[in-house]
Design a protein around this ligand. Sequence first.
Ligand SMILES: O=C(O)CCC(=O)C(=O)O
Length: 276
Amino acid sequence: MNPTRNTTANIPTFNFLDQEHTKKDKKPFSVEDCSQALREHGVVLLHNLFPSHLVETCRNAFLQRHKNELAEPETVREIQRVGDGRWMKTITVKPPFATPDLYHPPQLVNLFQELLEDEYVLNNIGVVASLPGAKAQHEHRDLPALFHDAPIDSQLPCYALTVLVPLIEANHEHGTTLLRPGTHRLPLEQAENKEGVAPVIPVGSCVIMDYRLHHGGTANRSNQTRPLLYMVYSRPWFRDYRNFRTQPPLKISRWSYRKMNDADQQLFAQARQTWW
Ligand SMILES: O=C(O)CCC(=O)C(=O)O
């Protein structure tokens, strides 16, 4: 499907700046409104959640650490092709990524508890890098519905949420993510006909989407790599059995893990399980 078609839908948008700075179309963030919007539409856009200097530091670290892999991605095992010129890489959680404001934003704790459960965990964390000239990605769900689109699937509550954090502004030039609100509760064939939105996402803003939502990266028309950080939070029993065959879903240095408080160590429970 052509991802520039049907891009007229609205996406519920919330803002973390104080009310004074909040424009009419960007409500101030509240857990109640945001969780309601996620239940109904399966996707929200949040502005001003992350400090831009932190996002920029992460971008530079990612591009520097992985420059050899990104130069010849087809020769590397632990990097997965997810489209033309588009590569997915699990990142190691160590500085600057080992920053709680990044991997566990305090503003989102109550939202995750509300939509997932108190013992939610970080399920996978990495970057999708679209290289200059990357074509539009096929639209997809990250995982088939739990019961393969049986009627019960549309009734199920959320079991995982993806936070997408563009490490450079996502826009028409660099590419962005086409999102189809409401498709988290629709079988595959109906999802393709829902209207979509391809938002501009400035540095410091993010999208949160239900893991079942239909989406796909748009083309990168620029001469810069577009790294998109993804962090997936889930109920403690959930596993993505499909996307991590050549690399682990989570990687954290033991040093970074040891320095964490109890709540953050709990967040990384699934990484710990693979150590022994
Ligand atoms: O590149 C993008 O904007 C989105 C990539 C993505 O969501 C995916 O590969 O699942």
